[in-house]
Design a protein around this ligand. Sequence first.
Ligand code: C5P
Length: 220
Amino acid sequence: MTETVVAVDGPAGSGKSSVSKAAAKRLDFAFLDTGAAYRALAWHVLESGANPEQATEVISSLGGFDYSIGTDPDGYAVHVSGTDVTESIREPRVSAAVSAVARVPEVRAHLTALFRSIIRDSDKAGIIVEGRDITTVVAPDATARILLTASEEARMSRRSAELATESASDVAIALQKRDRADSRVVDFMTAADGVVTVDSTNLNFDETVDAVLDVIRTSH
Ligand code: C5P
């Protein structure tokens, strides 16, 4: 039974994955990257030759979607039907397909139920769960609820530094497109009632982790 649940939402490039993972390590908590599950499904849809833009094809793919997602911040890996897809779910083709898959209500209901069972069954004292709708839908009763933001400029430049193989403008365009599509489904740019905003625009990585840890400590 997980005692402390920390919900972290934010847009692409806000650093929520790496910051949440580092905070989980510091607290010896489990870590759940829900975006990785949406990406794993998008990868599965593409691999099975289905059209990610067609909700009926996406819903059919859910039947054969057998995935596992690690919750250890150190040995984190994602598998679909036994294949390690940890790296391939970050490919641009998956990033381009994921919003269409994630807007299907049946997909959201299916994955939300899985996330809740992962949260419930974690064997650590706490878990940090990050995504777009964790503070509002997946775990609205979480012990600590955080919206991690950063200016668009900061998010674009962090993401292009991560993906050194793509040009900065390609990354910026793809990211803006994905944020626009995602925000039609879930509002992850404004903090819901009781959610604490951490703005990392002028913070370095360690300072952002410390700010998140402060919110967690004061939320008990
Ligand atoms: O966090 P990341 O950018 O890897 O998420 C990939 C995609 O998964 C998002 O662009 C969004 O479409 C979807 N997602 C979601 N709800 C979440 C987490 C991710 O719709 N809780």
